[in-house]
Structure formats: structure tokens, C-alpha cells
Design a protein around this ligand. Structure first.
Ligand code: DC
Length: 232
């Protein structure tokens, strides 16, 4: 049976950087579910559809084929056959993703795909609803967070490193707005699963977080092997 680590948390908590490193160290596949919602966001944005047009979004969602592939070990995201990996990183794509992810038709499509990916390989999957909805049976569930200020600083650092401008106040406000939408939507809101472990990364380095999660995973899986041995 495939094994899984589920990492949920708000935007900018460091989920993707950390999940990627853990996957590399444990020889597992990293699945970035936010990238799939971003590709959906791009699809509707290109159609000129506004976030509030729920009826049209629901009707057109299944015409967007979002898939992920791995090339040279890197995740690539395809939207109806086009590689959109570099297009979905802009702030607007993230905001549009958050806006369209409230619709059940969009979520249902992507959740099914994510579950399929996790059934055939060992995954480290990050998102908002992985521990609660997508992989409720994951071996380890982590809820990763950091203060809004720290997350905005990280986002700005990231944008600057890519030569893009950053308005700190605006990024922090966007993060707070997105947190609110992600935690208050009716469909699969962002929340910590009851059996998830809370990790606040505000004062931790990336390597400290990675080591902590790997330790938790090893303890958990060693524990379940012990239980299985006892059962036999
Ligand atoms: O993790 P991210 O910033 O790339 O995600 C973009 C948006 O997609 C986020 O604001 C909410 C949505 N999302 C979601 O609803 N469920 C997921 N599993 C992943 C992302």
C-alpha cells in the first residue's frame, strides 16, 4: 500500500519548499495541489470569468483538464495540454485560485485526481484539505503555519529573488484576505485535522522543519510496523 504525508496550512507557511525537501529525502513524490487550483484559476481568468460567477464556473469546470507530470524530477502543470507551470506563480493566479476553489465542482474534480495520484505512489502532498478530505488516512498529517507578517516577508523575498516587485503591505493584506476565504468557505475549508500535528514555522529554519516532520514520520511508521507485528 502507498504511504503518504499530508501537509496543510495557509499560504506562505513554507509548505511547498518543505514538502519538496521531505519528498526528496524520503524518495517520495511531491504533489503540489495548490498548483492544480492555480491552473484552474488561470483557465477561468483566460475565459474572462469573474470569481463570483459560480454558475458558469460550475458548468465549465469539467472542460479544464488539469494534469501534472514530472520532468527531470520537477513537477510540471498542464492545462488542456499546455504547460502552464511558469504562468501560475503570479500573485493574481494565486488569488484567482483561492476564489475558484470555493466551488464544489472544481474541488470534486481535483480531489479525485489527487486521490488517484496518491493511490499509485508514495506521496508528500500539500494543500488546504489534504489531511481532512483528500487523504484522511495519511500516515502523518502536519498543519504548518506562521504569522501573517512572517509569511508576507517570505513571499516578498521569493518575488524579489525572481526579479519581481513586491509591495509588502499589499502582500500581507492579500495573505489575510486569502486566509479568511480559505478558512470560511463552505466547501472543505482550511482547518487543522483532529489528528494533525501543528508546526509553527515562524521561528524555525527550513531544515529544522524538514527534520522535525521526517522524525515524526519515522516514529509514526515505525510505530505502525510494531503494531502490525504485534497483530500477526
Ligand atoms: O498553496 P497555493 O497558494 O498555491 O494555493 C492557491 C490557492 O488554491 C489557495 O488560496 C487555496 C486553493 N487551494 C485549495 O483550496 N485546496 C488545496 N488543496 C490547495 C490549494
Amino acid at each position: 500500500m502507498a504511504t503518504a504525508i499530508a501537509i496543510d496550512g495557509p499560504a506562505g507557511a513554507g509548505k511547498s519548499t518543505i514538502a519538496k525537501k521531505i519528498a526528496q529525502k524520503l524518495g517520495m513524490v511531491y504533489v503540489d495541489t495548490g498548483a492544480m487550483y492555480r491552473a484552474m484559476g488561470l483557465y477561468f481568468h483566460r475565459l474572462g470569468i469573474e470569481p463570483g460567477e459560480g454558475e458558469r464556473i460550475g458548468r465549465l469546470a469539467d472542460q479544464a483538464e488539469v494534469s501534472i507530470a514530472y520532468e527531470d524530477g520537477k513537477q510540471q502543470v498542464y492545462l488542456n495540454g499546455e504547460n502552464v507551470t511558469s504562468l501560475i506563480r503570479a500573485e493574481e493566479a494565486g488569488n484567482m485560485a483561492s476564489a475558484v476553489s470555493v466551488y464544489p465542482q472544481v474541488r470534486r474534480l481535483l480531489v479525485r485526481q489527487q486521490q488517484k495520484l496518491a493511490s499509485v505512489q508514495n506521496v508528500v502532498m500539500d494543500g488546504r484539505d489534504i489531511g481532512t478530505v483528500v487523504l484522511p488516512e495519511a500516515d502523518v498529517k502536519i498543519f504548518l503555519t506562521a504569522s501573517a507578517r512572517v509569511r508576507a516577508e517570505r513571499r516578498c523575498e521569493d518575488l524579489k529573488n525572481r526579479g519581481l516587485p513586491c509591495d509588502m503591505e499589499k502582500v500581507e493584506k492579500d495573505i489575510e484576505d486569502r486566509d479568511w476565504r480559505d478558512t470560511h468557505r463552505a466547501e472543505s475549508p482550511l482547518r487543522q485535522a483532529e489528528d494533525a500535528i501543528l508546526v509553527d514555522t515562524s521561528d524555525m529554519t527550513i531544515d529544522q522543519v524538514v527534520d522535525r516532520i521526517i522524525t515524526l514520520y519515522r516514529e509514526k511508521t515505525a510505530g505502525s510496523l510494531e503494531t502490525k507485528k504485534k497483530e500477526v
